[in-house]
Write a protein that binds this ligand. Structure first.
Ligand SMILES: *Cc1c(COP(=O)(O)O)cnc(C)c1O
Length: 428
């Protein structure tokens, strides 16, 4: 499918007049519509709820929009819990799916009334020691091990993943938790990431539903929800067929009716913790070409770099690039599109065929709405960019200012040398 930007050149030129590149831009309309179609796909399940994976995009303005749409928050750290509380998502609006969890995080999750999803059997004791009791509602994360395959395709390798409990541990955990006073149980598993196939969720659902029936039979625990977690992907590449969320919802419904309903478990709520699928396509990184270089290869140097979007450097991930205003020009030039880090993996694209780029051209790097800004860092002393929301009425709202040197030096401010740097930054 042809990949189009959600913003026009004219809109973008206006925004750039006010806010210099680089910045991440988000599409409120697209985001709201997408959440609506997700909820419609699972509307057959009365208890359905999406807990947005906050790590994918921890901007409180976006999380507030998602909260308005009826989403909860899937958190896995102290500050993610704080963000969730700040937008009014507390109690059963929070799924706390963490691992190697520090005690302070369990304490905050408990204070906020979050549903706690235990990553390991040893966390039963750890949680009880930390907060003083076992909550009545509790969830356990499952990892069946082995390879997760669809037909003959290996989707992912759960046997090599640090998350979740084994089958035996899951049974034991349920029995222990029940003995310690838990009354409502959930199970959770995340077995494959960024799947671009309608079959992943139904297959995962089958594994979890069959496990739920066995668990309920053998332990007597009442299972009230099953959390299919994240993992529904997006088509980063133009040739990829996007997931059909309607078909995915219908596929899960079919397995629900085949496995849970006959076992008398037709009251189980389905939860999801999607991150990438929810916000991924509704964000882009906007950057300006500021240099061209002709050596052994042709390079375009941008004002954004890997600190603004790490996925290409970290995973070799493909992100589509549109040269604004040149959408209909032939892709006649092969470029490496780079940032300015002193790291040769700081390339948004390698050997990419694009229209001829001139200095000053604005490039839109697609699909940065999830795991984009949020994976940012400060290598080379580079600063994080602004984030801007393109609202439904097409006006632009700054939803995070760009970092300044004073932010970079802020954690030195208790030292003399740091005070000097912060003071100098103040005068910039
Ligand atoms: C990262 C993560 C998600 C979201 O994953 P996506 O691939 O963005 O859908 C959901 N749940 C947990 C526990 C995660 O760690």
């Amino acid at each position: 499918m042809e990949k189009k930007t959600f913003v026009t050149k004219e809109q973008l030129d206006m925004i750039i007049k006010e806010y210099p590149t680089p910045f991440h831009l988000y599409d409120e309309k697209g985001l709201r519509e997408n959440v609506k179609s997700l909820q419609e796909a699972f509307a057959w399940n009365p208890g359905y709820k999406e807990y947005f994976a906050v790590k994918a995009n921890p901007n409180p303005f976006l999380i507030r929009i998602l909260k308005e749409c009826g989403c909860g928050c899937d958190c896995s750290s102290y500050t993610e819990l704080m963000l969730s509380e700040a937008v009014g998502a507390v109690g059963r609006d929070i799924m706390f799916s963490s691992n190697a969890t520090p005690a302070e995080e369990y304490k905050l999750a408990e204070r906020l009334g979050a549903i706690i999803n235990l990553d390991d059997i040893t966390h039963i004791d750890f949680l009880e020691r930390t907060i003083g009791y076992i909550p009545e509602t509790i969830s356990c994360r499952y990892n069946p091990g082995g390879l997760f395959k669809i037909s003959n395709d290996i989707m992912d390798n759960p046997g090599d993943a640090k998350y979740g409990m084994t089958t035996e541990q899951l049974f034991e955990a349920f029995k222990t938790l029940k003995a310690k006073g838990a009354k409502e149980f959930g199970i959770h598993a995340f077995l494959a990431s960024n799947t671009v196939t309608n079959e992943y969720y139904p297959m995962l659902a089958k594994v979890l539903f069959e496990m739920a029936v066995k668990l309920q039979k053998e332990t007597g625990a009442h299972i009230s929800f099953i959390n299919l977690s994240g993992g529904i992907g997006i088509p980063y590449k133009p040739e990829q067929e996007p997931n059909d969320i309607k078909a995915i919802g219908a596929g899960v419904k079919k397995v629900y009716e085949e496995v849970l309903v006959p076992a008398g478990m037709g009251d189980v709520a389905i939860y999801t913790e999607l991150g990438r699928f929810v916000t991924g396509p509704y964000g882009c990184l906007v950057t300006t070409a500021i240099h061209e270089k002709h050596t052994h290869k042709e390079y375009i140097g941008c004002d954004a770099c890997a600190v603004n979007l790490m996925r290409p450097a970290m995973y070799g991930a493909y992100h589509h690039i549109t040269v604004m205003g040149k959408e209909n020009e032939p892709c006649s030039h092969m470029y490496d599109v780079t940032g300015s880090l002193c790291e040769n993996n700081d390339k948004f694209a390698i050997d990419r065929m694009l229209p001829k780029i001139q200095i000053g051209d604005v490039l839109v790097i697609h699909d940065t709405g999830a795991h984009g800004f949020s994976m940012g860092y400060n290598y080379n002393g580079k600063l994080r960019s602004a984030e801007i929301l393109l609202k439904e009425d097409k006006t632009a709202q700054l939803i995070r200012r760009a970092e300044e040197p004073k932010d970079y030096f802020a954690t030195f401010d208790c030292f003399d040398i740091g005070k000097k740097l912060v003071e100098q930054s103040r005068h910039l």
